[in-house]
Write a protein that binds this ligand. Sequence first.
Ligand code: GLC
Ligand code: CA
Length: 554
Amino acid sequence: MIKKWWHDKVAYQIYPKSFCDSNGDGIGDIRGIISKLDYLQDLGVDIIWLSPCYSSPLADQGYDISDYYNIDPRFGTMEDMEHLIKEAKKRNMYILMDLVVNHCSDEHEWFKKACEDPDGKYGKFFYLRDKDGDKLPTNWRSCFGGPVWEDLPGTNKQYLHIFHKKQPDLNWENPELREEVYKNINWWLDKGLGGFRIDAIINIKKALPFRDYTPDREDGLCNIGEMLKDAKGIGEFLGEMRDRTFKKYDAFSVGEVFNEKPEEIPDFIGENGYFSSMFDFNEASFGQSIKGCYDAKQITPDDYKNCCFEAQKKIGNIGFLSNIIENHDEPRGVSHYIPQGDCCPESKKMLAALNFMLRGIPFIYQGQELGMENIEFTSIEQVDDISTLDEYQVALNAGLSPEDALKAVAKFSRDNARTPMQWSDTLHAGFTTGTPWLNVNPNYTRINAAAQQNDPDSVRSFYKKLIALRKNPDYKETIVYGSLEPVWREQHNLMAYYRTGDKTLLVIGNYQREYQKITLPTPYKKILINNYADLAEENNAITLHGYQVVILEM
Ligand code: GLC
Ligand code: CA
């Protein structure tokens, strides 16, 4: 395998709106990010992915871009962005921006021009269809609810939006549109970006000609996944994009790829793949229901283990997955993957180590390193996220009471991850001096960066140790490039695996509150990581405390 600069890196995702507010308007901004670069460097982060901070009406919190060449004034200026790239470079860090090109905003000038002249150049940048009375062109459901079709203002046409109606899909079949996208990517890479995280990229290829699929809810619509499964030939777009942009810059690209087929993996992330890496969503997608998230199945420790191992097996050494515990679209990982009632510093550290030592590139989402948890919603009024609001409606339509509907969707709400970063125990967790745009989790007095930074036993210090281990010259080769082999796979509530390279490491996590005994095949040489002060052993057997995790050199 040809070594690439990103293989041994540790990445960190920032959700700019909720990270750090420098001017007291309640909204996080780029200057706030700059002020925290030393914090990130101290943790050991190399790559920072910024969720979108381009000009945007923020209908989907920036994933609806109205100008790809500008920074939204709420986040700062282009000078701030250039300053951030420079300051990151000084610290040997790379900045990734979010590439959102499946759709733009309905306030982008392309869309405005399409409304003015739907048959002209910009009409062809979108998917437009003539209106036919009440009959929709297709019965596809948008990801945020309702049909994907909306009237094109001032015309007798409709446009397609896979996400919100303020996010019209761009027509990738049109070479002129593709040129515009590549031009923009290169413009940003010329500014010194390290690369991009690539949003919703699987959606750019539509199954043509358009047709209906079997409805799966009473609304008569079908999940958009049905159409996507049917779409062939996305590789032509992705290969062209790689060759025209990322490749020339040796840029890092990580795709938000769902439902890839096993035979496509080499094309996606193999040698000369479309992307440098793609996220592993196998754990996050577990238990999803076509009916809506109110019907989702709770993941158990054994499910979690199996999901991780399945994903690892599927990729093998073809390429590198990007491993996550959470992101801005998911609930907090510690609330989601640790059985209810058991969320504590030990279990958070266990989850961290089990995920971090998988083969691939670790991505930490802001606050994850502190063990930030889901927020408790007491009313739907407290919810901001458009997806959660839709899921709430879906749950009500399915007959749930308002209380039950709120409870069901709160567990999965994207707002859980979007509450402001908890910097300290001062007002609004030190995120802002003004009024935060979204409520701060009241547990900030207990869980915050200031309290954890100098505490050697904190969750953050544990993350720091994991990062340091990954960078330790003695173990780096094995952790980055070594193979992964599950062990004791059938043992209930135990997740364990070998990482084998020039060293042999054994990662063992006791995924339950009761203790658990394991007989080691050979004596270990050294304990590299332990989330408890001791390790109980007798002959070749070790007894792990509840949620104890150890990394042993064998
Ligand atoms: C991706 C983003 C998500 C956004 C959607 C539409 O899934 O991660 O936040 O809502 O794409 O852009
Ligand atoms: Ca601000």
